[in-house]
Design a protein around this ligand. Structure first.
Ligand code: HEM
Length: 412
């Protein structure tokens, strides 16, 4: 489980079905649940009975009291301050920076040459959160940040099933390679917090009076990491799929050409790009960057017929729900049509951003960003996977391509 959690979860659910109890140490149960009803019960209907699982302990050691890993009153306070910046009305104001940052990266691409698409997309998404939220230029740090996050994710997954001592950040500093990674991330946060240009979200966090120095750093680190790594992964998977499905790509290029007619996209265009959005949604169905969501039960519960004793851990992986063949016919197939027009399936059959009150605060930002990035790139360029290359995934905290993704850049 610690070495390859996604493969283990997948194997268990194939063998035992969509509700599996995994005997796990003395007096502790681990449930693997992959039906929409399970997600709805745990994340929404009975959310007061659940807290983020012990499996997030390593992440908490690093991100501390940021939104993603805090609980209770601390979480509530932070969410109240941060949420308004991410309201739909507000988020559209970031669109020009999203497009401009994309254009800057794309302009440097040499025609006809293969480059690492995953790395380029990370540069882009880190550049966007840095600029839009914190007024800092971070794109140039993306390579180092990428390597640091790789090291951190590996350490976090390896530490998941170790004793509670792993809740301490100091433990991670002793793992070879991790001290350097943590130092780099801390340095980046420090540069952001001390930066003179501020940026809207940073000013808001500072001025709210709700954050001590350490809490401010935790929140900035959380938003930088949660705000770029997932979007970069979903865009990387999207370009890989488009390269494999030329008809879907042509339809996307036609839509972009027709709606934009040669100019840069704006926030208002997004509603006119239904196929572009459907392609992204379908890519996130097949490859949800937040591939598993996990909770610990405070009290006994009945989760859609599964008796869950207090103290159990529940994994509700979007990856498995999104591939449940009872809900998604031809689950392995890439069919953006599923997201065109009215959708009749259960609301929790598709949950790339989670659900309930802990739903992704950046979901609207991410969808706007991914749509604008995809439209901006596709307007002028096409990315082709280098022939013969396969793109295995790696599921740690996020699910992303396991290594560089060599794609040839072609000017359209
Ligand atoms: C495609 C991109 C993204 C995906 C797939 C994604 C997915 C998720 C999911 C599934 C959760 C819930 C985790 C849980 O319940 O345990 C979450 C939470 C969160 N996400 Fe995202 N996210 C994305 C982009 C972003 C962006 C752009 C930001 C910020 C700029 C962001 C910030 C956060 C934060 C702060 C939380 C914690 C919210 C809370 O607990 O109150 N995410 N995300």
């Amino acid at each position: 489980m610690a070495r390859d959690p996604l493969r283990t979860y997948g194997g268990l659910s194939r063998r035992y079905g969509d509700a599996v109890r995994v005997p796990f140490g003395v007096g502790r149960s681990f449930f693997l649940l992959s039906r929409p009803e399970h997600a709805e019960r745990v994340l929404v209907a009975k959310q007061d009975n659940y807290v983020k699982a012990f499996t997030y302990r390593p992440l908490r050691a690093v991100l501390g009291d940021g939104l993603l890993t805090s609980e209770g009153e601390t979480w509530r306070r932070h969410r109240r301050v941060v949420q308004p910046v991410f309201s739909q009305r507000h988020v559209v104001g970031f669109a020009p920076q999203m497009v401009e940052t994309t254009e800057q990266v794309v302009r440097r691409w040499p025609d006809g040459v293969a480059l690492d698409a995953a790395g380029e997309l990370r540069k882009l998404t880190l550049g966007i959160v840095g600029r839009a939220l914190f007024g800092s230029e971070l794109g140039a740090e993306s390579e180092r940040t990428g390597r640091s996050l790789e090291a951190l994710q590996r350490g976090a997954v390896a530490g998941t099933f170790l004793p509670a001592a792993t809740a301490k950040r100091g433990v991670y500093r002793r793992v070879p390679g991790l001290a350097g990674a943590l130092d780099h991330l801390d340095g980046m946060v420090q540069r952001v917090v001390r930066g003179s240009s501020g940026g809207e979200l940073l000013n808001l966090l500072k001025e709210s009076g709700e954050f001590g120095e350490a809490e401010l750093r935790d929140e900035v680190l959380t938003l930088l990491l949660a705000g770029h790594e997932t979007t970069a992964a979903s865009l990387a998977w999207t370009f890989v799929l488009l390269s494999r499905y030329p008809a879907a790509r042509e339809r996307l290029e036609d839509e972009v050409d027709e709606v934009l007619g040669g100019r840069e996209p704006k926030a208002e265009d997004v509603d006119q790009l239904p196929w572009t959005k459907a392609v992204l949604s379908e890519a996130m169905r097949l490859y949800p960057p937040a591939w598993t969501i996990e909770r610990d039960a405070l009290d006994d519960d009945d989760v859609a017929g599964v008796e869950v004793p207090a103290g159990s851990t529940l994994a509700i992986p979007p990856y498995l729900i999104h591939r449940n063949a009872e809900i998604w016919p031809n689950p392995e197939g890439f069919q953006p049509e599923r997201f065109m027009g009215e959708q009749r399936r259960s609301r929790y059959a598709y949950l790339p951003f989670g659900g309930g009150r802990r739903i992704c605060v950046g979901a609207g930002f991410a969808m706007l960003e991914a749509t604008l990035v995809l439209a901006t790139i596709s307007r002028t360029h096409r990315l082709d996977l280098v022939p013969g290359v396969t793109v295995p995934g790696r599921a740690e905290i996020t699910y992303r391509p396991a290594g560089p993704v060599p794609m040839r850049v072609i000017r359209r």
